[in-house]
Design a protein around this ligand. Structure first.
Ligand SMILES: Nc1nc2c(ncn2[C@@H]2O[C@H](COP(=O)(O)OP(=O)(O)OP(=O)(O)O)[C@@H](O)[C@H]2O)c(=O)[nH]1
Ligand SMILES: [Mg+2]
Length: 314
């Protein structure tokens, strides 16, 4: 029986290679689940080579990351560029129902073949990236998008993860609550390649920009230091998006081919290390039980148990 809305025929891999967005959606699902069927797709994605601008968007909860991402989509589409977005759902108390809101907002692009939006659960780690995030980004890039945007809520470690996963990091701050000063104190500013002071329609934006600039001057720097351009945005009205895009492109020019290559190598290292970690921990969970009992009884010390697991000769 053939369903009325059956996907177009042809193996998934061919359809993915041809840029079919439904095939991409399926590929992402497989990759997210860590299924072996995702492997040929991931390989195909990488064979195409890296060419997208991979932009991480991070910042405190509610700072306007999704609104700004939506505005960036609109601007980039006007320029005829294709955009894929991966929103990592932190499943945290911070974001509440925001993901639903994101979906509804970005739905205005849903009929547009040049836009692909997907949310990914972060599996508990607060705002952190799952083991699969980098694979999913690679699939999006391999599907031929010009920009691949990763949105995550910045809570502690996650900003650092985002910076490691992307070519460029856009930090979204707001004039409210001394956001800028807090970012500086928490060492978050260091990972920013571009800073958006969003909600610039609210009071205090100028002051926030001044504080951020002063903070930038305090850090160690020389003639090669990249000072993250600080741009005022009113994402809700699409204001400042063009300046943000220009700043990201300026950072890309600053990195040059060599700098981009270094970032991509760091990303590859993160991806491989994450997979190794995941596999080792799975093996430890599955095979370690007897060893743990022996460690608990005092028959084996923990170091020897770890060595045994790593050697895999159980
Ligand atoms: N005044 C004003 N409000 C804005 C602006 N941009 C976004 N907002 C509002 O700020 C709220 C949060 O926006 P989101 O885009 O959902 O923020 P977010 O950073 O994605 O939030 P989380 O994903 O939950 O961390 C929404 O009510 C937006 O309408 C802006 O430029 N000015
Ligand atoms: Mg959001």
């Amino acid at each position: 029986m053939s369903a009325p809305f059956a996907p177009p025929p042809g193996p998934l891999l061919d359809r993915y290679r041809a840029g079919d967005l439904r095939a991409l959606a399926r590929a992402v699902t497989l990759a997210e689940a860590g299924l072996p069927a995702a492997r040929p797709l991931l390989r195909a994605a990488r064979e195409r080579g890296a060419r997208a601008v991979v932009l991480g968007v991070t910042g405190s909860p509610g700072s306007g990351k999704s609104t700004l991402t939506d505005a960036l989509i609109a601007f980039l589409r006007q320029r005829g560029q294709r955009v894929a977005v991966l929103a990592v759902d932190p499943s945290s108390p911070y974001s509440g129902g925001a993901i639903l809101g994101d979906r509804i907002r970005m739905l205005r692009h849903h009929a547009d073949e040049g836009v692909f939006v997907r949310s990914l659960a972060s599996r508990g780690a607060l705002g952190g990236l799952s083991e699969r995030t980098l694979g999913v980004l690679a699939l999006m890039e391999g599907a031929g998008f010009d920009w691949v945007i990763l949105e995550t809520v910045g809570v502690g470690q996650s900003e650092v993860d985002v910076a490691a996963a992307c070519d460029h990091t856009l930090l979204v701050l707001t004039p409210a609550g001394g956001d800028g000063v807090q970012a500086f104190k928490a060492g978050i500013m260091e990972i920013a390649d571009v800073i958006a002071v969003n909600k610039a329609d609210l009071p205090g934006a100028d002051r926030t920009v001044r504080e951020l600039m002063a903070a930038q001057g305090l850090g160690a720097h020389d003639e090669h230091t990249w000072f993250a351009p600080i741009r005022r945005t009113v994402a809700a009205k699409g204001e400042g998006t063009e300046a943000v895009v220009a700043a990201v492109e300026a950072h890309r020019a600053h990195l040059g081919d060599e700098g981009l290559q270094r970032r991509r190598e760091a990303r590859a290292a993160l991806e491989v290390r994450t997979l190794v970690q995941e596999r080792l921990l799975r093996r430890a969970r599955e095979l370690g039980r007897d060893l743990y009992a022996r460690v608990a009884r005092g028959d084996l010390d923990a170091d020897d148990a770890a060595d045994t697991l790593l050697r895999g000769d159980l």
